[in-house]
Design a protein around this ligand. Sequence first.
Ligand code: PRP
Ligand code: URA
Length: 236
Amino acid sequence: MEPVATPGADPQFPMRGVAQPTRDEALALPGLHISRHPIIAAKLTTLRDENTTPAEFYTLVRELGALLAYEATADLATEPAPIRTPLEPMVGQRLVGGVGVLPILRAGLGMAEGFRQALPEAQVWHLGLRRDERTLRPVQYYNQLARAANLQVCFVVDPMLATGGSGIDALDLLEAKGVRRLRYLALIAAPYGLVALRRAHPNTPIYVAAVDERLDERGYICPGLGDAGDRQFNTL
Ligand code: PRP
Ligand code: URA
């Protein structure tokens, strides 16, 4: 399960010859939530389509980020909130503590924007990770992690979970900062990345819109959608 290119392996094809778990094995992982929402499925199909323009793509990533945020926050804890309506007092609910969102740059930015449509008061942290295409290992180039003040939970968001290296590094960093309750959100996940993430972070709930078949020899998710960062920011 090591995504690093092995000595002698072709660095152009770092996944060549690497064993991958099947989709069925990934579907059996504990703590994996796969959306069944038909609107998410329909938007994801348009997102994958090679004819979708970068502008439409970015809009869809934001929308899917918001919809997945609703699903992944459905069980957050609330506490009684006494208020007065214009007619009379009542006891409503408010979230216990704050909620953090950590987009993995660049591609996570659109999802984080969507997440903020669902929860505008979320605290947004940023982490820049670039995947080295020869080794498939993430390289950190930016890190703006705030103090973890009274957060109920922090969500790592990234459209693509391929080998899992970027997601695992992001969760490792948050754990090292003392953030206890973590969740991971992606639009499309490969079985390889799901198994790796589950192994590295056995107790972190994972929310995805779809689980795809496999990684190709360059480490791209198939059928996937191509490069999520380049399609979002028109840098293909
Ligand atoms: C993509 C994607 C993830 C990562 C997934 O980012 O957005 O962060 O690859 O791959 P992994 O699971 O194998 O780590 P990329 O490195 O292409 O950077 P970008 O978002 O700036 O395009
Ligand atoms: N990053 C992407 O943007 N797409 C993939 O398929 C894999 C990693």
